[in-house]
Design a protein around this ligand. Structure first.
Ligand SMILES: Cc1cc2nc3c(=O)[nH]c(=O)nc-3n(C[C@H](O)[C@H](O)[C@H](O)COP(=O)(O)O)c2cc1C
Length: 329
């Protein structure tokens, strides 16, 4: 039997399949099912900054109204406002963590520095194995250059890393001008892994209603090519673990990710579409493929088809762009 064990940010895992941050973590039963069907670890859905502000505002508003009725109500019955927002999320993270044996990672959707270090610390106190920073920003202000936005990310990560002692990963967007530079700077700030990449919902327009529509569509295997390329380009060129995310839909996709150099994969859509038992199908397929190839462990082939290890080093860069275009009739 091929050995699927690996490590991610120093955390030992029984195999390389992690359930990505998603609605699966909304239910303890589903998290348990994910573990039973073979998932090595799970990322709990993000604690969002908007959620914190919204909850804090709601709590602040409530307390203000309550104080008008009875000033004691504030101090006697309710926690301080700053702890009102993410409290339920923190309790949920801890409850989930206690319900399973597999490592549980938490995710923080940071935009501004400051309060974020304190939420990172509080998440750490729930006993999680590591923390994923989910940096999601849509740049709309032409006065703000990309370098400022990158600096903001690096500042957040540096501040969080210095606040916690658990390993920190960063879930990146695929839209950086120089992904290798961002990854190197994240490593310098003490991150232990990058998750490549987040998959953003793209708004659509309904031409009948002439209005914006938003739909939660699942990924397709075709979408794996973007992270696959970047994992292949970065493997062996960074000390960070590379978690390939987006478009992993089969055991063969997991094999592909590992050949490119991924430490682990993160999977959401395939689990939501096919049900959690599908994780065991993916693992059996990976195992079958490894046995066919004569591989005994993941290290036997990890990074074998990364840019560093293939004869055609340009294959992952412009991907024979010109020849392919010219050959089309
Ligand atoms: C229903 C749903 C909820 C999600 N919630 C989060 C979240 O809270 N935080 C996050 O970083 N990503 C979230 N994601 C994104 C996934 O973690 C993942 O990055 C994305 O779905 C791409 O992986 P996939 O191709 O396996 O679906 C969510 C995805 C789905 C489908």
């Amino acid at each position: 039997m091929a050995d699927l064990s690996t490590t991610y940010m120093g955390v030992p895992l029984k195999n390389p399949v992690i359930v990505a941050a998603s609605s699966i973590s909304n239910y303890v039963d589903k998290v348990k099912k994910a573990e039973e069907t073979g998932a090595a670890a799970l990322v709990i859905r993000s604690l969002f900054e908007e959620q914190i502000h919204h909850d804090e505002m709601t709590m602040a508003d409530f307390l203000e109204r309550a104080a008008n009725i009875s000033p004691e109500i504030q101090s006697s019955f309710y926690p301080p406002v700053e702890h009102g927002g993410p409290r339920e999320h923190l309790m949920w993270v801890e409850k989930t963590r206690r319900a399973v044996n597999m490592p549980i990672f938490a995710s923080l959707n940071a935009v501004s520095p400051g309060a974020w270090t304190s939420y990172a610390k509080q998440l750490e106190e729930t006993g999680i194995a590591g923390l994923e920073i989910n940096y999601y920003i849509v740049a709309t202000d032409p006065d703000v250059p990309g370098s400022d936005l990158e600096k903001a990310l690096l500042d957040i990560v540096g501040a969080v890393v210095s606040e916690v002692s658990i390993p920190v990963s960063v879930k990146l967007s695929p839209y950086y001008t120089s992904t290798p530079h961002v990854v190197r700077e994240l490593e310098r700030r003490g991150a232990k892994a990058v998750v490549m990449f987040n998959r953003f919902l793209q708004p659509d327009i309904d031409v009948d209603d002439e209005a914006i529509t938003n739909e939660m569509a699942y990924s397709t295997p075709q979408e794996m090519k973007v992270p696959l390329r970047w994992v292949a380009l970065l493997y062996g060129r960074t000390g960070l673990d590379l978690a390939l995310n987006t478009g992993v839909h089969s055991g063969r996709d997991v094999a592909k990710a590992l050949l490119a150099g991924a430490s682990v994969v993160q999977v959401a859509s395939a689990c939501l579409q096919n049900g959690l038992p599908y994780i065991s199908t993916m693992l059996l397929d990976l195992q079958g493929w490894m046995e066919e190839k004569g591989y005994e462990s993941l290290d036997d082939f990890r990074g074998k088809v990364s840019q560093k290890n293939v004869p055609d080093a340009f294959g992952f860069e412009r991907a024979q762009y010109m020849q392919l275009l010219m050959s089309q009739q």
